[in-house]
Structures are given as C-alpha cells and as structure tokens.
Write a new protein. Sequence first.
Length: 132
Amino acid sequence: MTRVIRQGEARRLALPGRTSYEIVSGATAGAGLTFRRVEIPPARGNDTKRGLHQHADFEECIHVLSGRGVTTSNGIDVEVGPGDTILVSPGEPHATRNIGDDTLVLLCFFPVGDIGPATREAPAEAGHRKPE
C-alpha cells in the first residue's frame, strides 16, 4: 500500500555532529529499506564529529541536496556538492563532513530495514588522504 510519510513523522536520531531524521525504515514504516535526511552544520572548532564508520553487509547511497562537504572513504577525501551522489561499498570505512559555510544536507539510502546490526565504528587506521 502506498503511504505518505510527513516530515513530522520522521524519527530524529541522536548521531554526533549532525541532525539525522529516519524517514523510512523497518522501525518507522515497516519497510525493508532505510531512508534518512541528514543535516550537518558548518564546522566549529570544538564540535563533536561523526567518525568513520562502516556497514558490513550492504551499500550506502548518499545524495547531496545542498552545501559543500568532503566524503572520506578508504582513507581518500573527495569534495562533494549539490547533485553529487556517493555510493559506498559494503565494509568501506567512510564519513562525510561539512566544509562550507552553510548546512550540508544529504539524503541517505540503505537497502535494509535496520542498519544497526551491521553498522560499527571503523578502525582508527582508516585515515584521511587526498585522492591521487
């Protein structure tokens, strides 16, 4: 059955350094996928940031709606902006951070209804470097 999920129905998640709304998931809509809207404010010196993390068994697809950011994946930093889509392979350590003056707004899609069991913080050795 088709369903419209209103913005106010989204579940707000407590993730460091961002405001994250879980719009669709097994928990919110009984769905076999997860869809989130993530807002990352401009960086300030002492803000808590989301560290590198990984999803063991599934991909993550991230679409940039607005703002400027850097996505780190497998230790490589790549700048992203409006209209860019990032596809992260299963198990890849990754994180996206804001490098602009405006809020970075992302849509994140996962092909599973509950990402929790297969999501974990990445090992510390997954550092940052510029692409070659």
